[in-house]
Design a protein around this ligand. Sequence first.
Ligand code: ADP
Ligand code: MG
Length: 254
Amino acid sequence: MSLLEVRGLGKAFGGVKAVDGVGFSLEKGELLALIGPNGAGKSTTFNLVGGQLAPDSGSVRLAGHDIAGLSPRAIWRRGVGRTFQIAATFASLSVVENVQMALLSADHKVFASWRRAAGHRRDDALALLERVGMGRQADRPCSALAYGDVKRVELAMALAHAPQLLLMDEPTAGMAPAERLALMALTRALAKEREMGVLFTEHSMDVVFGQADRVLVLVRGQLLAEGRPEVIQRDPRVQQAYLGHGQILGKRRT
Ligand code: ADP
Ligand code: MG
């Protein structure tokens, strides 16, 4: 049984079929990239899996249990994590306190208040920060961090709840190329050591083809191709789908 099995997934907005009969599976420890031109339906797919949207049709099975249409919180409780933007109110907290908040949420399975988080599992929070390369910045306020470092803290926060599946919709948006590669290489290492499945989307094709185990190509709501990076990279249909957006390799779309 796959960690995630999506079958016949569909979602329309008015007359637009944003996601149209999409099916794929994802294994434990696998880094699966979902790519495609802007408007292809990538974010909608993430939102259908994460519960921010309910599908019109299809099933989403996590370790054999159908989670389609459950609330984001219910899906999170079942072990689906998302990297998320640190809310403005947390910017004044230190890096380690943000991770402590995430640990408290994970332990109580509810949103935490920062007053209770201050004394909560500081050593575990520091260990998570160490793992994402942020140990030395633990006591700085989040507001003082470089953008790429905030992304690492977000990753540590997502890991606090030990997800089986991590959803990352454009986790490296706004980052410099070298930082993008480093963040996704770290994510890849974490996926392997924790046997955590990762579904991500990313504009840098260097990152996608260098880090993903497998690639799904979505165009106008439908899966155009699926396979290992080296196969997808050479697929003429995939090249064709990107015409007008520039070559699939080398160019970054925004
Ligand atoms: P991607 O993430 O691949 O760029 P999206 O999933 O955001 O694509 O969008 C897919 C299509 O669905 C687009 O045509 C977009 O305009 C439309 N869409 C997405 N979200 C909404 C929404 N909340 N309301 C109406 N249309 C939407
Ligand atoms: Mg999107």
